[in-house]
Write a protein that binds this ligand. Sequence first.
Ligand SMILES: C[S@@+](CC[C@H](N)C(=O)[O-])C[C@H]1O[C@@H](n2cnc3c(N)ncnc32)[C@H](O)[C@@H]1O
Length: 275
Amino acid sequence: MEGRHFREIVKRLSNSIAIDGLEKLPSSYELVGDIMLLQIPDDLKPYKRLIAETYMDVIGVGGVMEKERISGELREPGHRLLAGERTVTLHKENGINYSIDLSRLMFSSGNINERIRMSKVKNIGPVVDMFAGIGYFSLPIAKYSRSSVVALEKNPISFQYLEENIRLNNLSDLITAENMDCRDYEGTGVKRIVMGYVRSTEKYLDKAMDIAGDGCIVHYHQTVPSDRHVEEMTRDVTEAARRGSVGVDILDIRQVKKYSPGIIHAVCDFEIKRY
Ligand SMILES: C[S@@+](CC[C@H](N)C(=O)[O-])C[C@H]1O[C@@H](n2cnc3c(N)ncnc32)[C@H](O)[C@@H]1O
């Protein structure tokens, strides 16, 4: 946050909050579209609406939400609106428009470099995005590689925004969206697979092995201990390859972002070999 904004916020709140509270005011925030996601320390919770209205006014955003944990298989956030009147926003990034309702769906700002990396892959053939969400990866892949993408999404609310985002970005000729569990997908011979999900992604590797064609590149995301991420991801992939009777070449394993103490979100790119 710009220093002058923070100083103005502190000044305006100094009539209502004691000095030790002012010292705990958040000096950074996440912005998705025109909505600010703010983490409010426990001590300041009694003032959270006043704080939110002050941040909204000084920084000039469309709304402020309290940032809460994302939970469950379908990654539903607990963010609550504190100031402003709407939770739907339009986030623009890398030439893509993402419409999203932040009270019901997650947006991971920390994955930006991975979304940009996916927008640069070339000559990639038919792609399956197994956890499409609102189109985080499907939209940049289709827009910049001009490849066809099958975008699978289980959560009906995410699926509604995925369909809207495909239309908004004029990608209806390239992306086919299906509201389904990716484990029920029955295609074969896929040339690229995106597994943009964390915490339990290893459970879905068998499906990826089944649908992949020879030479298919898979982007396998996972949350792993930072000091053992290469070993753990390599083990998951080679065990799934053995079960699926395919060969694999690990191409790269890289950090996407820090996830929690000692844990990183990483992505392993690997190639399938069918003999
Ligand atoms: C929210 S995304 C993960 C974050 C995303 N990669 C990013 O860059 O921000 C994961 C999506 O996978 C969906 N999902 C979870 N299990 C699924 C399954 N078995 N089949 C299809 N989609 C699933 C969730 O509903 C969610 O929308």
